[in-house]
Design a protein around this ligand. Structure first.
Ligand code: MRU
Length: 339
């Protein structure tokens, strides 16, 4: 029903769909080295908070293949180096560091030679992936309860199978509703500047046969004013202890609009996206990307040469705008604490 965004290549490399090329071309890439995985994360070949955590865990395993015969101390030192490289590929989604932290814990807890530690890391990466698949399904099941038959949902960015190890976060309830034969329709924000909504979410929903309509980000206000949106469903890259959360730039604006127009606004995410070490959203590191992503579309300049541009990739939505957090543990309200 949904696509699979990541896999092992026969060589033991990490196989991804290069999401930069969608929807024009479905290109898979085998990432053989730590550098290649880090570069793929940095350049959004592989993206979405849960998926970059899975990719990093698998990338660590792939990069350590050739060190399996090294002495244990050298193997662990290389693992720490690779982990640092991967952790620094993108700053905002906590899932990346969460997954690598889990991998480090697994390595430390495994006695014996490098080959055995590598096997344990392989198993841990598979567990992270499998658990994410299960969490997506659970998010979908909990999210179904807020979707009336015939709902018009508005979503932002891409939070589906291309962003996770399973059927997605904010898109998971939509996949399940459709599977059950419920009627629904999705308005998809195009999501400037990198157009994850237009390129990826519409592609996924069309593949699944879920009725959807692409809108410009700026059209959301008018649709809400015209009472054409029943519910807003978005994902998250990091959720703080008080419920403030970071997600794709433009999410905060949607939340304010939804409140103004009396539209329920839900954030869907696995528990791995909760970072209870941060008390509030102002502390979340926000990735600043190249101005060139704003001034150029598909290789064509859309602003005068030399125009200044700002490109924060994420924004923070205060918890007070959120109707509920749809997680694998149920629909929750902050505060959140670990475990
Ligand atoms: O920059 P991206 O494309 O990685 O941003 C992705 C998002 O903002 C998603 O909404 C978020 O990671 C949740 S994905 C299930």
């Amino acid at each position: 029903m949904s696509v699979q965004a990541i896999a092992w290549a026969p060589s033991g490399a990490v196989r991804i769909i290069d999401q930069r090329a969608l929807p024009e071309a479905e290109i898979t890439r085998d990432l053989e080295s730590a550098e290649a995985v880090a570069e793929a994360i940095r350049t959004l070949q592989v993206r979405g908070a849960p998926l970059i955590g899975i990719a990093a865990a698998m990338g660590l395993v792939a990069a350590l293949r050739e060190h399996r015969t090294a002495p244990r101390a050298a193997f662990l030192a290389r693992a720490a180096q690779v982990s640092d490289l991967l952790a620094n590929a993108r700053p905002t989604a906590v899932n990346l560091r969460w997954a690598l932290h889990r991998m480090a814990g697994a390595a430390q807890a495994t006695p014996g030679d490098s080959a055995g530690v590598w096997e344990r890391l392989h198993a841990e990466a598979m567990a992270i992936w499998e658990e994410d698949r299960v969490m997506c399904r659970r998010i979908g099941e909990h999210g179904l309860t807020i979707l009336a038959d015939g709902s018009n949902v508005l979503t932002h960015c891409n939070t589906g199978a291309l962003a996770t190890g399973g059927i997605g976060t904010a898109l998971a309830p939509l996949y399940l509703a459709h599977e059950q034969g419920r009627r629904l329709h999705v308005f998809v924000d195009e999501t400037r500047p990198l157009l994850q909504g237009a390129r990826l979410t519409v592609w996924e929903l069309m593949h699944a046969g879920i009725p959807c309509t692409l809108i410009t980000d700026a059209a959301a206000a008018t649709l809400m004013r015209q009472a054409k949106v029943d519910v807003v469903l978005v994902g998250a890259d990091r959720i703080c202890a008080n419920g403030d959360f970071a997600n794709k730039i433009g999410t905060y604006g949607l939340a304010v609009l939804a409140r103004h127009h009396g539209v329920p606004f839900y954030c869907a995410a696995p528990w791995s996206t909760v970072d209870s070490s941060l008390p509030e959203g102002d502390l979340i590191p926000i990735e600043q990307r190249s101005p060139g992503e704003v001034t150029v579309i598909a290789g064509r300049p859309i602003a005068p040469d030399g125009a200044a541009a700002l490109n924060p990739a994420f924004d923070v939505t205060p918890a007070r705008y959120v109707t509920g957090f749809i997680t694998d543990r149920g629909i929750l309200q902050p505060p959140f604490s670990s475990e």
